[in-house]
Design a protein around this ligand. Structure first.
Ligand code: SF4
Ligand code: SF4
Length: 451
């Protein structure tokens, strides 16, 4: 009997994909999870890659960093730098694997500026070498800013890199966790980097981690970023770390041991808390977002972009979520490590979620394997009934699966740790979001991408 294309594809799949993870045995008959790989190049193929050329290596030692532990994770990416050969393979495969007129290269870490400027000169040269006619290649670089100087800034400007600068607020709030390997504060260097980027005209946005130490200071942080740093695009990321995240992959935890919503163990600071001490309290996350939202609404709509607000308005204009965490499904953003190994997501760099290596199988195939498609659908398919019945389901979709570390009051697993705060935020913001969306619908040329 002739084999089907699906069977051929499966037999060609590396046996090591998802060696010990919670996902899955391929079915005898292809189903919806096989569709992207069955269609292959005949379908539109859009995905995004976050590359980590220096792995988890960093010159800082931020206490809450979820990535430093990857260096010692058993069967993880370990330490190392991306070789010239892997870099070229990566750039070629990414450009060839994506359809559409734009390919966005995101450089992250660890601290990717540790690779040095010559590495990024090679990046730009290789992108030019492999770019297809009419294709726009963009680069963004996430950095702690401490290694930037005039030469770096001139390069970033000349090659149109968008920089994401990690800064957690005014001096005292920033320095609480963002310190050097020797424990010294970094505020002056990072603030200086923001000014340097501005002097050189390098576009940058700010990335602020919201944790237990700064979450009760939303207005101070917002004002500081807007008025002193000059940020016009603010990204706020809640720090939520399962206690034991260094070794235990998401969804591989013991569901029966997860605390119920509202239990003291479902908050930071308790001796048996489910999260690290520096994780943001769920109610504080709601407080943070609502207070920043009020500031933004009172005078900055259309002038300052805030990731959570921009995407909420976009969703109420009928556009897709711009943040994967608020999308119905995910799985369109893979991570490529220094050694060429590919993982389901930046937050799923664990052996259980390793898709393969670009040395063995093209990136454009790895990004659409059955494992990865199933990973993306699981965001919706594993929602607990509390989420399914929630008034904010279409704004939230259970937020990020890596944060689904508590149980509902009925004991059902899979509820998001941040749920309480998210409900506070949505309840507070949605009436105004609806008004903004209604106003935007009246304007010519709507919907538009930026507010
Ligand atoms: S797992 Fe979380 S961070 Fe990763 S793609 Fe899904 S929603 Fe985004
Ligand atoms: S607000 Fe809570 S219950 Fe509602 S969809 Fe989000 S995580 Fe689920």
């Amino acid at each position: 009997m002739p084999t089907t294309l699906a069977q051929n594809l499966r037999s060609a799949a590396p046996a090591a994909a998802f060696p010990a993870g919670p996902l899955m045995i391929p079915p005898a008959v292809p189903d919806k999870y096989d569709v992207p790989s069955l269609l292959g190049n005949k379908a539109r193929r859009r995905f995004h890659v976050m590359a980590k050329p220096a792995g988890a290596a960093c010159n800082l030692d931020c206490k809450y960093c979820f990535y430093l532990s990857k260096e010692t994770l058993p069967h993880g990416p370990a330490t190392g730098r991306m070789s010239d050969e892997t870099l070229e393979r990566y750039i070629q495969q990414y450009i060839q694997g994506v359809t559409g007129d734009e390919v966005v290269f995101s450089w992250q870490g660890g601290e990717s500026t540790l690779m040095g400027l010559d590495f990024f000169r090679k990046v730009v040269a290789l992108e030019k070498k492999y770019a297809q006619p009419g294709q726009r290649i963009e680069n963004d670089l996430q950095t702690n800013g401490t290694l930037l100087d005039d030469e770096w800034c001139a390069f970033l400007k000349q090659n149109r890199f968008l920089v994401g600068l990690s800064i957690d607020g005014p001096r005292a709030l920033h320095d609480e966790y963002r310190v050097t390997k020797g424990g010294r504060p970094t505020f002056d260097q990072v603030f200086g980097a923001a000014k340097l980027l501005q002097r050189h005209g390098v576009p940058f946005n700010t990335l602020t981690c919201v944790h237990r130490g700064n979450a009760r200071h939303p207005v101070d942080i917002y004002r500081f970023l807007r008025d002193e740093v000059g940020s016009t695009y603010m990204q706020f990321i809640p720090i939520v770390e399962y206690r034991g995240f260094e070794r235990t992959a998401p969804q591989c935890w013991d569901n029966a041991a997860l605390p119920k919503d509202g239990a003291p163990e479902a908050r930071p600071g308790h001796p048996h808390s489910i999260v690290t001490d520096w994780s943001v309290d769920p109610d504080d996350w709601g407080y943070f977002l609502t207070r920043v939202f009020d500031r933004w609404v009172s005078r900055d709509v259309g002038k300052v972009l805030v990731n959570h607000f921009e995407t909420l308005v976009a969703q109420h204009l009928g556009l897709p979520s711009q943040l994967c965490i608020y999308g119905e499904i995910c799985g369109k953003g893979v991570a490529v490590e220094h050694d060429g190994s590919v993982y389901a997501c930046d937050h799923y760099v664990y052996p259980e979620y390793r898709l393969g290596r670009i040395q063995d199988r093209p990136l454009g195939e790895l990004a659409f394997t059955r494992d990865q498609v199933k990973f993306g659908y699981a965001k919706n398919e594993t929602l607990p009934s509390d989420c399914r019945q929630c008034a904010y389901l279409r704004d939230c979709w259970g937020e990020c699966p890596k944060n689904r570390i508590i149980r509902t009051a009925n004991g059902e697993p899979g509820l998001n740790y941040l749920c309480r705060g998210l409900k506070t935020f949505f309840a507070h913001a949605l009436p105004e979001v609806e008004r903004i969306a209604a106003r935007l619908r009246q304007e010519p040329g709507q919907p538009r991408r930026r507010l």
